[in-house]
Design a protein around this ligand. Structure first.
Ligand SMILES: NC(=O)c1ccc[n+]([C@@H]2O[C@H](COP(=O)([O-])OP(=O)(O)OC[C@H]3O[C@@H](n4cnc5c(N)ncnc54)[C@H](O)[C@@H]3O)[C@@H](O)[C@H]2O)c1
Ligand SMILES: [Zn+2]
Length: 377
């Protein structure tokens, strides 16, 4: 990364990789280790002060991140996990910024998982109609997904992510050292998004996981860094080509491909009252999408089997029979990716060839769901 004159040791610059996001707002995602104290270059010149919005469990990391930032940082501790994505939390942050006299020459830094980057991005996008934000994701899912792309949302009693903004960050700093304290189950959940990136765009990811699934399933494995980098590149490329999730005119399905596994995945999260992790739900959702595509004659059976093998090999669930089918179908229909009453699924026509399956017959949907119950066979 670019160091401020005379500050960062040059070897850090050499070790870190910068991945550019283009389109609306241009910024870099920096991936490396030992970067937490190196944030000032991403925050940018001319910033007088920083508000560090962090998960309450990551106060130490937040202090480390604030080291070397201009002015005296304001620390805003947020409730843990999904409880942070609440209007009352955003309102408390607005008050704190107002009382501290935060202006447009100040900036926000988020330190935490996707829940924190979402609420911090929302606050940054709305405070004074938009101030600079830099994300420091501390979960695997945050690094490869939530912190990139500029979407930020909070939840309402009516549903998840219903109120939000597009507010691209000024930079994203993925320090792999931050993953050291992440609970293993959270890491594996994030791995579902990494594997998704492998299926929709970069099959080398699948090869790396298959070469040593046990190592892939823990942070600090021999391929952790390459897996993160490759998944970041996939997300960066997709959002660069389709910054606002408008279907591109030049062919391809644009940002919607990131929704692979998410149509059923979101429905499972809903019927399970969000007691299942996101990555676990979309793991099942990807197996379902593969089953659908295979039954629709679009995906070879071997590739559908590869979904089951690779997801199971890192400890992600591939079978599901707990939810009632009518409830899941209803939940899919109200998912915001459905157009009116028609269901749309992202499926694969081949490895790294995502496409849309529009309005599949109800019988096909239900038979594919039936196959999920026995998917562990
Ligand atoms: N805006 C987007 O484009 C986008 C994309 C994907 C997901 N999301 C959102 O991201 C959220 C999920 O993110 P998540 O999976 O990162 O979950 P999360 O933010 O809820 O974090 C999971 C748990 O890990 C803890 N944690 C985080 N980092 C840690 C660390 N380094 N060490 C120890 N504990 C740590 C958190 O406190 C929390 O308890 C959802 O709200 C989802 O809607 C947003
Ligand atoms: Zn997801």
């Amino acid at each position: 990364m670019t160091a401020r004159p005379g500050e960062s040791p040059p070897h850090l610059a050499d070790q870190a990789v910068r991945i550019a996001v283009r389109g609306e707002g241009q910024y870099d995602v920096v991936v490396g280790t030992g970067l937490l104290g190196e944030l000032s270059a991403l925050v940018g010149v001319g910033v007088s002060r920083v508000a560090v919005m962090h998960s309450s469990v990551l106060a130490d990391t937040a202090r480390q991140v604030a080291n070397g930032l201009p002015g005296e940082s304001l620390f805003l501790a947020l409730p843990d996990g999904e409880r942070a994505k609440d209007l009352t939390v955003a309102a408390r942050c607005w008050s704190a910024l107002g009382q501290a006299g935060f202006t447009r020459s100040d900036a926000i830094v988020s330190v935490g998982g996707g829940a924190v980057s979402d609420v911090a991005g929302f606050v940054a996008g709305t405070w004074l109609r938009g101030v600079r934000i830099v994300h420091v994701p501390t979960t695997l899912l945050g690094m490869v997904d939530a912190a990139i792309g500029g979407k930020a949302a909070i939840n309402t009693p009516e549903g998840k992510n219903l109120v939000g903004v597009f507010h691209p960050p000024a930079g994203v700093l993925c320090d792999l050292d931050a993953l050291a304290t992440l609970p293993p189950a959270e890491y594996v959940s994030g791995l579902a998004e990494v594997i998704k990136a492998g299926f929709i765009a970069d099959p080398v990811i699948l090869d790396l996981v298959e070469s040593d699934p046990a190592a892939a399933a823990r942070q600090g494995g021999p391929h952790t860094r390459e897996l993160v980098e490759r998944a970041v590149r996939v997300k960066a490329a997709v959002v660069s080509a389709d910054p606002r999730e408008t279907l591109p005119t030049g062919g391809g399905i644009g940002r919607e491909m990131l929704n692979y596994g998410h149509t059923l995945g979101h429905a499972i999260e809903k019927v399970e009252h969000f007691m299942i992790r996101h990555g676990e739900a979309i793991s099942i959702g990807m197996v379902y999408a593969a089953e659908l595509a295979q039954r629709a004659g679009r995906l070879p059976a071997e590739l559908a089997d590869r979904h089951r093998r690779i997801l199971a090999s890192v400890g992600l669930p591939i079978a599901y029979g707990d939810g009632s089918w009518p409830d899941l179908l209803d939940a899919m229909k109200v998912d915001k990716k459905a157009r009116g009453d028609r269901l749309r699924f992202v499926v694969l026509d081949a490895l790294a060839r995502p496409a849309i399956l529009d309005s599949p017959p109800t019988a096909l949907l239900e038979q594919s769901y039936g196959a999920l119950a026995g998917a562990a066979r």
